[in-house]
Design a protein around this ligand. Structure first.
Ligand code: DHB
Length: 314
């Protein structure tokens, strides 16, 4: 019922973890492999191992969570060396803050996994490097980055399927600018994951009159239930712009089967679960799958394609 075949890869169901949630080390990744998720996404990796922020870096609220993790990860080789070792599709998430780092990471994939089909989610919405604007919001730089990367990859034999993890867009002009860029790279960009956490959130403890997050003066990324309307709007708009050429992966605010149904109705082919996975652990997948199947059964839908992208407007 929830089976998806994308890029000739079989996903037993349409649910994945969101990068950053329960996917940083071998024990996390093994737990995901043993869960009912349809696939695994790695923690976004940088060239070298990073410790990240170690105190007061994540806080759960009733409406979602805020975080300023600082990209704690074991370095690109750890995540790339895991390719081929799981029982389900595995997507490597790669930070895209420095062009040459991206070359080096993709080189490591082509040098070591020439025969495997490898999905790479390039994170152009990584908020960690404060020295420059996220690529996903800097459309000229994004275009140059993709242009250079595509030329680079064309020169090396590889089976890499490239996608981008995008930040939330809030204005029509941003979608227009994104379209201008992505249109130039159709064929190279095969999937778009939307949305990463929203930037610049602030949660405070009124009793102590302090921020609840320590790094970055308490300013942090927002995810979970409270971002679902923004996630749905981004999925739907990207689906309408690119849906016949590029696979859309939804992310943001999925805590139950109805949320996943709504993501798919807006056009998502796969759905990533973040905050709920952090809260409940891998058992959440079994529940969300059961709930999504129930919604579909009630509505008389048998396959995802029966309702994917078929949102009606009033
Ligand atoms: C981190 C947060 C993100 O939203 C992201 O895309 C990558 C890394 C982090 O703080 O670790």
């Amino acid at each position: 019922m929830l089976f998806q075949n994308l890029f000739n890869i079989d996903f037993n169901n349409c649910l994945l973890n969101a990068s950053g949630c329960c996917c940083s080390n071998l024990s996390d990744l093994t737990d995901l492999d043993n869960s009912e998720s349809g696939g695994i996404v790695s923690k976004t990796c940088s060239i070298d191992c990073l410790e990240g922020n170690t105190a007061h870096q994540y806080f759960n609220t009733n409406l979602g969570a805020i975080n300023s993790m600082g990209l704690p990860n074991l370095g690109h080789k750890f995540y790339i060396d895991k390719i081929g070792s799981f029982s389900k599709p595995y997507i490597v998430s790669v930070a895209a803050n420095y062009l040459y780092d991206s070359f080096e990471i993709l080189d490591y994939i082509t040098d070591n996994h020439n025969d495997n089909v490898v999905m790479v989610e390039i994170n152009v919405s990584c908020p960690v490097f404060e020295c420059h604007q996220q690529l996903g919001y800097d459309f000229n730089k994004l275009n140059s980055f993709l242009f250079i990367l595509s030329i680079y990859l064309k020169k090396k034999p590889n089976n890499i399927i490239i996608g981008l993890k995008l930040p939330p867009y809030l204005y029509p002009t941003q979608f227009n600018m994104l379209k201008n860029v992505v249109d130039k790279h159709i064929g190279f960009i095969r999937f778009l994951t939307t949305i990463n956490s929203g930037g610049n959130g602030l949660v405070i403890d009124y009793k102590t009159e302090t921020t609840v997050i320590k790094p970055n003066n308490g300013l942090c990324g927002i995810g979970g239930q409270c971002v679902k309307p923004i996630a749905l709007a981004n999925i739907w708009q990207l689906y309408r712009l690119f849906g016949d050429q590029i696979v859309i992966i939804g992310c943001g605010g999925i805590s139950n089967g109805i949320d996943a149904f709504e993501h798919i109705l807006c056009g998502a082919s796969l759905c990533q679960v973040g905050n709920t996975l952090n809260k409940e652990g891998g058992v959440c997948f079994e529940r969300i799958i059961r709930e999504l199947k129930n919604v579909m059964r009630e509505k008389g839908y048998y396959h995802i394609s029966d309702f994917q992208g078929k949102l009606k407007t009033l």
